[in-house]
Design a protein around this ligand. Structure first.
Ligand SMILES: NC(=O)c1ccc[n+]([C@@H]2O[C@H](COP(=O)([O-])OP(=O)(O)OC[C@H]3O[C@@H](n4cnc5c(N)ncnc54)[C@H](O)[C@@H]3O)[C@@H](O)[C@H]2O)c1
Length: 255
């Protein structure tokens, strides 16, 4: 039996990295996957690939930082699907060249990052939850190691991810009575385009040292490592998890 058979799942940022892997995994497990992605070409590509491999996918071009774009996407979903079983709030940006410590960070950058990472999660949840309240479902939020330990030079990103952890707990108690479980994955060091923004583009980052002593598992994580956790949270196998913050980081934040 496929693990997500009959479930309507909405994944933000499904065109790249972890979201791309999760979109394919969810579809392979029988879900109807709706990808909300700002990038038109990667969104169309994942839609085509899933359909070509026999899965169900619909790409709706959406900028999650723009409330009218999010409202329009969920109006389509309400009309065509009526309900949502899973909302995977995955899309975010890191913007390593622009983000920084609070005393030097410019306000425009702070606003830009928070608007995508936090306001975007807020907007998608705002429109998705009414479509989940009747039958219940699963919300999967995405934080980061930056929400668990102190990481320098990315204070806007950290603010957005700390708030994501806090909102996960609020959602869990607010919407648990409706059968909606909300949990959060806090990844680190997953080899996606974002890792170039956060680590590999930094001339001071020593990849050899990171892989030999910086991470207990001695390897980068893969998008599939995280998609597997998301699949578990999306499925009924995690039926008694609500409000959990799952660090999926190879042990980086405890070492
Ligand atoms: N890669 C890591 O090591 C790592 C570590 C910690 C947390 N995370 C988190 O995991 C999640 C996925 O990250 P990833 O590494 O796969 O990144 P990624 O850059 O590969 O993918 C992010 C996706 O989000 C989309 N996106 C960006 N802005 C958007 C917007 N305004 N509207 C809609 N879509 C938008 C991008 O186009 C892209 O497809 C993010 O929330 C990220 O913060 C990743």
């Amino acid at each position: 039996m496929k693990r997500l058979k009959g479930k309507t799942t909405v994944i933000t940022g499904g065109g790249s990295g972890i979201g791309l892997s999760a979109s394919k995994r969810f579809a392979a497990e029988g879900a109807s996957v709706i990808v909300l992605e700002v990038d038109d070409s990667s969104g169309k590509k994942v839609e085509r690939e899933i359909i070509d491999s026999g899965g169900a996918c619909r790409f709706i071009q959406t900028d999650i930082s723009d409330v009218s774009s999010v409202a329009a996407a969920f109006a389509i979903i309400q009309k065509d699907y009526a309900k949502i079983d899973v909302l995977y709030n995955n899309a975010s940006v890191f913007l390593g060249k622009l983000d920084g410590p609070v005393d030097t960070l410019d306000f425009m950058t702070f606003e830009k990052i928070v608007k995508i990472n936090l306001y975007g999660l807020f907007a998608c949840s705002h429109y998705a939850i009414p479509l989940m309240k009747k039958e219940g479902g699963s919300i999967i939020n995405t934080a980061s190691s930056a929400a668990v330990i102190g990481i320098p030079n990315c204070d806007a990103y950290t603010a957005s991810k700390g708030a994501t952890v806090a909102l996960t707990r609020s959602f869990a108690v607010e919407f648990g009575p409706f059968g909606i479980r909300t949990n959060c994955i806090a990844p680190a060091a997953i080899m996606t385009p974002m890792v170039y923004e956060s680590n590999l583009n930094d001339p001071n980052f020593d990849e050899k040292k990171f892989l030999s002593t910086g991470t207990p598992l001695r390897r980068w994580g893969t998008p599939d490592d995280i998609a597997s956790v998301a699949l578990f949270l999306a499925s009924d196998e995690s039926s008694y998890l609500n409000g959990a913050i799952i660090t999926a980081d190879g042990g980086i934040t405890i070492s």
